[in-house]
Design a protein around this ligand. Structure first.
Ligand code: 0WD
Length: 257
Protein backbone atom coordinates (compact mmCIF):
# COMPACT_ATOMS: atom_id res chain seq x y z
CA UNK A 1 0.00 0.00 0.00
CA UNK A 2 1.14 3.52 -0.72
CA UNK A 3 2.60 5.68 2.00
CA UNK A 4 -0.16 7.72 3.65
CA UNK A 5 -2.95 5.24 2.77
CA UNK A 6 -4.05 5.13 6.41
CA UNK A 7 -3.22 8.73 7.38
CA UNK A 8 -5.60 10.11 9.99
CA UNK A 9 -6.57 6.59 11.14
CA UNK A 10 -5.80 5.05 14.50
CA UNK A 11 -4.98 1.39 15.11
CA UNK A 12 -4.76 -0.58 18.35
CA UNK A 13 -2.62 -3.70 18.12
CA UNK A 14 -2.89 -6.20 20.97
CA UNK A 15 -0.35 -8.94 21.70
CA UNK A 16 3.12 -7.47 21.29
CA UNK A 17 5.49 -9.71 23.26
CA UNK A 18 8.76 -8.92 21.50
CA UNK A 19 10.20 -7.87 18.14
CA UNK A 20 9.34 -11.24 16.59
CA UNK A 21 5.66 -11.04 17.50
CA UNK A 22 3.29 -11.00 14.54
CA UNK A 23 1.57 -8.10 16.34
CA UNK A 24 4.76 -6.04 16.24
CA UNK A 25 5.23 -6.50 12.49
CA UNK A 26 1.58 -5.55 11.93
CA UNK A 27 1.97 -2.47 14.15
CA UNK A 28 4.98 -1.21 12.21
CA UNK A 29 3.38 -2.00 8.83
CA UNK A 30 0.28 0.02 9.77
CA UNK A 31 2.50 2.89 10.95
CA UNK A 32 4.49 2.73 7.69
CA UNK A 33 1.34 3.60 5.71
CA UNK A 34 0.45 6.50 7.98
CA UNK A 35 -1.70 5.06 10.78
CA UNK A 36 -1.35 6.32 14.29
CA UNK A 37 -0.63 3.13 16.25
CA UNK A 38 -1.05 2.06 19.89
CA UNK A 39 0.23 -1.32 21.08
CA UNK A 40 -0.82 -3.24 24.17
CA UNK A 41 1.24 -5.56 26.36
CA UNK A 42 0.18 -8.07 28.96
CA UNK A 43 1.94 -7.07 32.20
CA UNK A 44 4.78 -5.26 33.95
CA UNK A 45 7.30 -7.80 32.73
CA UNK A 46 6.42 -7.06 29.10
CA UNK A 47 6.17 -3.27 29.66
CA UNK A 48 9.84 -2.36 29.20
CA UNK A 49 10.12 -4.30 25.96
CA UNK A 50 6.91 -2.78 24.58
CA UNK A 51 8.01 0.74 25.49
CA UNK A 52 11.42 0.23 23.97
CA UNK A 53 9.88 -1.07 20.72
CA UNK A 54 7.32 1.74 20.61
CA UNK A 55 10.04 4.34 21.06
CA UNK A 56 11.37 3.37 17.61
CA UNK A 57 8.15 4.51 15.86
CA UNK A 58 6.98 8.14 15.77
CA UNK A 59 3.98 8.78 18.02
CA UNK A 60 3.44 5.12 18.98
CA UNK A 61 1.85 4.74 22.43
CA UNK A 62 1.72 1.71 24.74
CA UNK A 63 -1.04 0.54 27.08
CA UNK A 64 -1.27 -2.40 29.45
CA UNK A 65 -4.07 -4.93 28.93
CA UNK A 66 -4.23 -8.45 30.29
CA UNK A 67 -7.30 -9.78 28.50
CA UNK A 68 -8.12 -12.04 31.45
CA UNK A 69 -8.92 -8.89 33.44
CA UNK A 70 -12.19 -7.09 32.63
CA UNK A 71 -11.09 -3.97 34.52
CA UNK A 72 -7.98 -3.68 32.33
CA UNK A 73 -10.05 -3.97 29.15
CA UNK A 74 -12.39 -1.23 30.42
CA UNK A 75 -9.41 0.91 31.46
CA UNK A 76 -7.90 0.43 27.98
CA UNK A 77 -11.11 1.75 26.39
CA UNK A 78 -11.05 4.84 28.63
CA UNK A 79 -7.36 5.49 27.94
CA UNK A 80 -7.90 5.14 24.18
CA UNK A 81 -10.94 7.42 24.33
CA UNK A 82 -9.05 10.17 26.11
CA UNK A 83 -5.92 9.78 23.97
CA UNK A 84 -7.51 9.47 20.50
CA UNK A 85 -11.27 10.07 20.81
CA UNK A 86 -12.00 7.16 18.50
CA UNK A 87 -10.13 4.27 16.90
CA UNK A 88 -10.42 2.73 13.45
CA UNK A 89 -8.70 -0.64 13.62
CA UNK A 90 -8.31 -3.32 16.25
CA UNK A 91 -5.81 -6.14 15.81
CA UNK A 92 -6.19 -9.11 18.18
CA UNK A 93 -3.01 -11.20 18.08
CA UNK A 94 -3.28 -13.07 21.37
CA UNK A 95 -3.29 -16.75 22.25
CA UNK A 96 -2.25 -18.94 25.15
CA UNK A 97 -2.44 -22.56 26.29
CA UNK A 98 -0.59 -24.07 29.27
CA UNK A 99 2.58 -25.85 28.08
CA UNK A 100 1.44 -29.32 29.21
CA UNK A 101 -1.59 -29.10 26.93
CA UNK A 102 0.76 -28.94 23.95
CA UNK A 103 2.95 -31.82 25.13
CA UNK A 104 0.47 -34.52 26.04
CA UNK A 105 -1.94 -36.43 23.83
CA UNK A 106 -5.02 -34.35 22.98
CA UNK A 107 -7.01 -36.93 24.91
CA UNK A 108 -5.30 -35.74 28.10
CA UNK A 109 -6.61 -32.15 27.74
CA UNK A 110 -7.52 -30.92 31.21
CA UNK A 111 -10.64 -28.97 32.14
CA UNK A 112 -8.46 -26.11 33.38
CA UNK A 113 -6.22 -26.11 30.27
CA UNK A 114 -9.26 -26.09 27.99
CA UNK A 115 -10.77 -23.23 29.96
CA UNK A 116 -7.66 -21.04 30.02
CA UNK A 117 -6.90 -21.62 26.33
CA UNK A 118 -10.42 -20.59 25.36
CA UNK A 119 -10.63 -17.68 27.76
CA UNK A 120 -7.39 -16.08 26.59
CA UNK A 121 -7.46 -17.07 22.91
CA UNK A 122 -11.20 -16.81 22.12
CA UNK A 123 -13.32 -15.04 24.73
CA UNK A 124 -10.84 -12.16 24.69
CA UNK A 125 -11.90 -11.31 21.13
CA UNK A 126 -15.54 -11.02 22.20
CA UNK A 127 -14.58 -8.92 25.22
CA UNK A 128 -12.35 -6.46 23.38
CA UNK A 129 -14.75 -6.17 20.43
CA UNK A 130 -17.64 -5.38 22.79
CA UNK A 131 -15.66 -2.84 24.83
CA UNK A 132 -13.84 -1.11 21.98
CA UNK A 133 -16.42 -1.15 19.15
CA UNK A 134 -18.36 1.74 20.78
CA UNK A 135 -15.33 3.96 20.11
CA UNK A 136 -15.00 2.73 16.52
CA UNK A 137 -16.59 4.46 13.54
CA UNK A 138 -18.24 3.15 10.41
CA UNK A 139 -15.47 1.75 8.23
CA UNK A 140 -13.71 0.22 11.22
CA UNK A 141 -11.93 -3.10 10.91
CA UNK A 142 -11.23 -5.78 13.53
CA UNK A 143 -8.89 -8.65 12.79
CA UNK A 144 -7.67 -11.70 14.65
CA UNK A 145 -4.96 -14.29 14.04
CA UNK A 146 -5.79 -17.95 13.44
CA UNK A 147 -4.19 -21.17 12.17
CA UNK A 148 -5.24 -24.10 9.98
CA UNK A 149 -5.06 -26.31 13.09
CA UNK A 150 -8.67 -25.12 13.59
CA UNK A 151 -9.79 -27.35 10.75
CA UNK A 152 -7.18 -30.10 10.52
CA UNK A 153 -5.16 -32.05 13.03
CA UNK A 154 -1.56 -30.96 13.55
CA UNK A 155 0.47 -33.01 16.05
CA UNK A 156 0.67 -31.29 19.47
CA UNK A 157 -1.38 -28.26 18.42
CA UNK A 158 -4.10 -29.93 20.50
CA UNK A 159 -6.44 -27.65 22.44
CA UNK A 160 -5.11 -24.64 20.57
CA UNK A 161 -6.61 -26.10 17.39
CA UNK A 162 -9.98 -26.39 19.10
CA UNK A 163 -9.62 -22.82 20.37
CA UNK A 164 -8.81 -21.57 16.85
CA UNK A 165 -11.98 -23.26 15.53
CA UNK A 166 -13.95 -21.41 18.21
CA UNK A 167 -12.09 -18.20 17.39
CA UNK A 168 -13.04 -18.41 13.71
CA UNK A 169 -16.67 -19.02 14.60
CA UNK A 170 -16.54 -16.14 17.08
CA UNK A 171 -15.17 -13.90 14.35
CA UNK A 172 -18.20 -14.73 12.12
CA UNK A 173 -20.74 -14.04 14.89
CA UNK A 174 -19.04 -10.73 15.68
CA UNK A 175 -19.06 -9.83 11.97
CA UNK A 176 -22.83 -10.41 11.97
CA UNK A 177 -23.38 -8.22 15.05
CA UNK A 178 -21.05 -5.39 14.09
CA UNK A 179 -22.00 -5.15 10.42
CA UNK A 180 -24.83 -2.76 11.26
CA UNK A 181 -22.22 -0.35 12.70
CA UNK A 182 -20.21 -0.66 9.49
CA UNK A 183 -17.44 -2.51 11.32
CA UNK A 184 -15.82 -5.49 9.61
CA UNK A 185 -14.39 -8.52 11.43
CA UNK A 186 -11.99 -11.00 9.79
CA UNK A 187 -9.30 -13.53 10.63
CA UNK A 188 -5.88 -14.03 9.07
CA UNK A 189 -4.77 -17.65 8.97
CA UNK A 190 -0.97 -17.53 8.94
CA UNK A 191 1.43 -20.32 8.07
CA UNK A 192 3.92 -21.44 10.73
CA UNK A 193 6.16 -18.50 11.73
CA UNK A 194 8.95 -18.71 14.34
CA UNK A 195 7.86 -16.52 17.25
CA UNK A 196 7.98 -16.95 21.05
CA UNK A 197 4.59 -18.71 21.06
CA UNK A 198 5.52 -20.96 18.15
CA UNK A 199 8.65 -22.14 19.96
CA UNK A 200 6.36 -23.48 22.68
CA UNK A 201 4.83 -25.98 20.23
CA UNK A 202 6.86 -29.22 20.26
CA UNK A 203 8.13 -30.14 16.77
CA UNK A 204 7.38 -26.67 15.39
CA UNK A 205 10.49 -26.60 13.16
CA UNK A 206 9.53 -29.91 11.52
CA UNK A 207 6.02 -28.54 10.99
CA UNK A 208 7.46 -25.46 9.31
CA UNK A 209 9.76 -27.50 7.05
CA UNK A 210 6.91 -29.76 5.96
CA UNK A 211 4.66 -26.76 5.26
CA UNK A 212 7.41 -25.17 3.17
CA UNK A 213 7.84 -28.40 1.20
CA UNK A 214 4.11 -28.69 0.41
CA UNK A 215 3.15 -25.06 -0.15
CA UNK A 216 2.82 -23.94 -3.77
CA UNK A 217 4.80 -20.82 -2.88
CA UNK A 218 7.40 -22.65 -0.76
CA UNK A 219 8.89 -21.15 2.36
CA UNK A 220 7.26 -17.73 2.61
CA UNK A 221 6.31 -18.00 6.28
CA UNK A 222 7.26 -14.65 7.69
CA UNK A 223 5.54 -11.84 9.49
CA UNK A 224 5.90 -9.49 6.54
CA UNK A 225 3.27 -11.22 4.39
CA UNK A 226 0.87 -11.42 7.34
CA UNK A 227 1.41 -7.73 8.07
CA UNK A 228 0.72 -6.84 4.42
CA UNK A 229 -2.63 -8.62 4.64
CA UNK A 230 -3.43 -6.78 7.88
CA UNK A 231 -2.80 -3.47 6.12
CA UNK A 232 -5.13 -4.61 3.31
CA UNK A 233 -7.82 -5.54 5.86
CA UNK A 234 -7.49 -2.09 7.43
CA UNK A 235 -7.70 -0.26 4.12
CA UNK A 236 -10.75 0.62 2.02
CA UNK A 237 -9.51 -1.90 -0.57
CA UNK A 238 -11.11 -4.59 1.63
CA UNK A 239 -14.34 -2.66 2.31
CA UNK A 240 -16.49 -5.54 1.03
CA UNK A 241 -14.90 -8.27 3.14
CA UNK A 242 -16.21 -9.39 6.53
CA UNK A 243 -16.71 -12.70 8.34
CA UNK A 244 -13.85 -14.24 6.39
CA UNK A 245 -10.69 -16.25 7.05
CA UNK A 246 -7.89 -15.12 4.75
CA UNK A 247 -5.05 -17.63 4.37
CA UNK A 248 -1.52 -16.26 4.28
CA UNK A 249 0.26 -19.61 4.16
CA UNK A 250 1.73 -19.82 0.68
CA UNK A 251 -1.27 -21.88 -0.41
CA UNK A 252 -0.57 -24.78 1.98
CA UNK A 253 -4.24 -25.00 2.99
CA UNK A 254 -5.25 -25.74 -0.60
CA UNK A 255 -3.12 -28.85 -0.94
CA UNK A 256 -4.07 -32.49 -0.58
CA UNK A 257 -0.89 -34.38 -1.41
O1 0WD B 1 3.23 -19.64 13.54
C1 0WD B 1 2.75 -18.74 14.22
N1 0WD B 1 3.53 -18.00 15.02
C2 0WD B 1 1.30 -18.47 14.13
C3 0WD B 1 0.67 -17.69 15.07
C4 0WD B 1 0.56 -19.11 13.03
C5 0WD B 1 -0.84 -18.76 13.00
C6 0WD B 1 -1.42 -17.99 13.97
N2 0WD B 1 -0.66 -17.47 15.00
C7 0WD B 1 -1.35 -16.67 16.00
C8 0WD B 1 -1.17 -17.07 17.44
O2 0WD B 1 -1.95 -18.21 17.76
C9 0WD B 1 -1.63 -15.81 18.14
O3 0WD B 1 -3.03 -15.75 18.14
O4 0WD B 1 -0.87 -15.35 15.97
C10 0WD B 1 -1.08 -14.73 17.23
C11 0WD B 1 0.21 -14.09 17.69
O5 0WD B 1 1.16 -15.09 17.93
P1 0WD B 1 2.74 -14.89 17.80
O6 0WD B 1 3.08 -13.55 17.30
O7 0WD B 1 3.24 -16.10 17.11
O8 0WD B 1 3.24 -15.08 19.31
P2 0WD B 1 3.71 -14.08 20.47
O9 0WD B 1 4.73 -13.14 19.97
O10 0WD B 1 4.12 -14.96 21.62
O11 0WD B 1 2.37 -13.33 20.84
C12 0WD B 1 1.30 -13.92 21.50
C13 0WD B 1 1.08 -13.10 22.73
C14 0WD B 1 1.68 -13.52 24.06
O12 0WD B 1 2.91 -13.86 24.04
P3 0WD B 1 3.51 -14.97 25.14
O13 0WD B 1 4.77 -15.25 24.44
O14 0WD B 1 3.64 -14.21 26.39
O15 0WD B 1 2.59 -16.15 25.23
O16 0WD B 1 -0.24 -13.10 23.20
C15 0WD B 1 -0.18 -12.30 24.37
C16 0WD B 1 1.24 -12.31 24.85
O17 0WD B 1 1.86 -11.11 24.60
N3 0WD B 1 -0.99 -12.78 25.46
C17 0WD B 1 -1.79 -11.95 26.13
N4 0WD B 1 -2.06 -10.65 25.99
C18 0WD B 1 -2.92 -10.10 26.85
N5 0WD B 1 -3.52 -10.79 27.84
C19 0WD B 1 -2.39 -12.76 27.13
C20 0WD B 1 -3.29 -12.11 28.01
N6 0WD B 1 -3.90 -12.77 29.00
N7 0WD B 1 -1.90 -14.03 27.03
C21 0WD B 1 -1.05 -14.03 25.99
Amino acid sequence: MAEGTLSGKTAVVMGVQNQWSIAWKIATALADVGANVAITYIDDRAKKNAEQLASTVDGMKTFVCDVQKDDEIAALRESLKSEYGKIDFLVHSIAFAPADELKNRFLETTREGFKVAHEVSVYSLIAVARELSPIMDKGGSIMTMTYLGSDRVFPKYNVMGVAKAALESTMRYLAADLGEQGIRVNAISAGPIKTASARGIPGFSAMQEEAARRSPLGDIFDTEHVAGTAVFLASDASAGITGDVIFVDGGYHAMGL
